[in-house]
Design a protein around this ligand. Sequence first.
Ligand code: AMP
Ligand code: ZN
Length: 466
Amino acid sequence: MTLRVYNTLTRKKEEFVPIEPGKVKMYVCGPTVYNYIHIGNGRPVIFFDVVRRYLESQKYEVTYITNFTDVDDKMIRKAEELAVTVPELAETFIQAFLDDVKTLGVHDATLNPRVTENIQEIIDFIAALVEKDFAYEARGDVYYRTSKFAEYGKLSNQNLEELQYGIRIEVDDRKESPQDFVLWKAAKPGEIYWDSPWGQGRPGWHIECSAMVRKYLGETIDIHGGGQDLTFPHHECEIAQTEAVTGHPMANYWLHNAFLNIDNEKMSKSLGNGILIRDLVKQIKPQVFRFFMLSAHYRNPLNFSDESLKQASNALERIQNAYDNLKHRLTTASATSEIESALTDRLAAIASQFDDKMNDDFNTPDAITAVFDLVAEANLYLQQERVNAGALQLFLDQLQVFDQTLGILSQQTDELLDEEIEQLIIERTESRKSKNWARADEIRDLLTEKGIFLEDTPQGIRWRRK
Ligand code: AMP
Ligand code: ZN
């Protein structure tokens, strides 16, 4: 079965055909880096990571670009509030973002371009729009002339007239029409600025993606993604900018994830119910959050609650236990002998069931059902007294293939970390104080087994590795 994806532009599932065979160029709009990311932001981050991982598992060479908006009105206000410069603010939250997504097991993007590194490309893009009459200057600002782009509204399926009703009429006599959007903003005194043909200023929000997509990926890309709130105006504006300049479609497939709610409410600043990723992962394993995210189809809303996290945690534990048990049994299993063909056939069927579900517009909840089918088979196999190393390895390999896409398993290493050793030593000392000799001995044995030697010294207990 070939991959089919739901394209917001055509409002249907379509067969995925890359521009260049074997290669995928994808771009996902990244964060404005003025605060820590919350669990809602985690949805596009995790979903598009899974899309990219799945494509790679299908042997595509993926170029994955996601940008940082490191200058805009929110950045300027926040920097003022914190009495830091805009670049300092950006640096702090870019690092925080990269740390957070790493914790979530998200693979590094091919590149994370920033607005401030692309000002010249942005100016050139705006100049090309002005040249073609798709943009006009007005007292140091530059605006996009939406009435000139006949297809404006095609992504969000609205026409200019309908849009007129939706837009708050702003009191701004610089614009020819309320739907027009800003490409270049004149700097107010004291604000960060760059020189341009229209005076000192900074880019509007939408133009950065058009400029960066063209620079890093080319005129037409395969997949453009983001949360569904970006469909309008952001992605609509990106299309208007790019297609006016290049005359080609900006992206062949537009993918948008639905929102994450908390306790069935919208997450919002005014409700104060936002949870930061970095706070969440102090309480639950990041893999549980990933599993939870993938337990719903990306185009359906997903509700975050204690209950749904608990369910995710229990379900993931079943997969992790099977994985750990397989690994454990492998240490004592009898040598590889011939594997029954019924078993290899069954595993192959489960593997293609997983792919079929992922090929159906990245249906992760149904793909996870295939993982559970594998777990059930593995558990059945593990009940046998004598197991064959080759069969165990087959199960493990298949789980690992699934996990290359999902990224939900913890790879336990046998080695103890320094902090774990120190913690065990403290616990052992306390056990001895409270005369819990059994526990104290147990800890000593565990440490010996792991090759850690303890030495009583006048300064206390010292440890070293064998
Ligand atoms: P923002 O922080 O609003 O600029 O959003 C960054 C990315 O996260 C965008 O792709 C948004 O669509 C997405 N996003 C923000 N809030 C949520 C949410 N509650 N659920 C899913 N995606 C979200
Ligand atoms: Zn964008």
